[in-house]
Design a protein around this ligand. Structure first.
Ligand SMILES: CC(C)(COP(=O)(O)OP(=O)(O)OC[C@H]1O[C@@H](n2cnc3c(N)ncnc32)[C@H](O)[C@@H]1OP(=O)(O)O)[C@@H](O)C(=O)NCCC(=O)NCCS
Length: 139
C-alpha cells in the first residue's frame, strides 16, 4: 500500500544564488557529506544540489510533515546506486516519522526519482508499505 507521496520543483538559479551567498554554511546545514561530494565533482554543481533539495522537500511531503522549523534536512539524504538510480535514506526524526507511519507487520520502502532541465529540478517521492512475509525474513 502507498503511505505517502510528495513532489517538489526547485529553481536551480535560486539554489545557485543561495550557494553563492551562503556557501559552506548552506551546504553543511542542508546536505550530507555524500550529497556534497557528488555535487562538488559535477559540472552542474547547482543543478545537483537543486535535485537533492527538491528530494528533501518531496520526502517531507510524503512523510506528511512538511519542513517544520528546527528539523534536520540532513535526516533525508540522497545517494546513488552504481546504475545512477537515486536512493533516499532517512535518519533521526524522519526515520521516527516513517516508523510511526508504517503499519505493524509491514516494512517501508522509499522510492525516489529526480530530474532536471534548467532552470528546474524536480523530485517525486513515494513511500510504500510492504507486508513482511516469511520469505522476506529468510532473504
Ligand atoms: C537515467 C537517464 C535516463 C537519466 O536521464 P537524463 O536526461 O540524463 O537526466 P535527468 O535530468 O532526467 O535525470 C538525472 C537523474 O536521473 C537519476 N538516474 C540516473 N540513473 C538512473 C537510473 N539508472 N535509474 C533511475 N534513475 C536514474 C539520477 O537521480 C539523476 O540525477 P543525479 O545523478 O543528480 O542523482 C540516463 O542517464 C540514462 O539513460 N542512463 C543509462 C544508464 C547509464 O548510463 N548508467 C551509467 C552508470 S552504469
Amino acid at each position: 500500500m502507498i503511505l505517502g507521496i510528495g513532489t517538489d520543483l526547485a529553481n536551480i538559479d535560486r539554489i545557485s544564488g543561495t550557494l553563492e551567498r551562503f556557501g559552506d554554511r548552506f551546504k553543511n546545514r542542508v546536505f550530507t557529506k555524500i550529497e556534497q561530494a557528488k555535487a562538488e565533482r559535477r559540472k552542474d554543481v547547482a543543478g545537483t544540489y537543486a535535485k537533492r533539495w527538491a528530494a528533501k522537500e518531496a520526502c517531507s511531503k510524503a512523510l506528511g510533515t512538511g519542513l517544520a522549523m528546527g528539523i534536520s534536512w540532513k535526516d533525508m539524504s540522497v545517494s546513488n546506486l552504481r546504475s545512477g538510480q537515486p536512493v533516499m535514506e532517512v535518519t533521526g526524526w524522519a526515520k521516527d516519522r516513517l516508523e510511526a507511519l508504517t503499519p505493524h507487520g509491514h516494512e517501508a520502502v522509499i522510492h525516489c526519482t529526480l530530474t532536471d532541465d534548467h532552470p528546474w529540478a524536480q523530485a517525486f517521492v513515494v513511500i510504500e508499505a510492504r507486508p513482511i512475509t516469511q520469505s522476506s525474513l529468510d532473504s
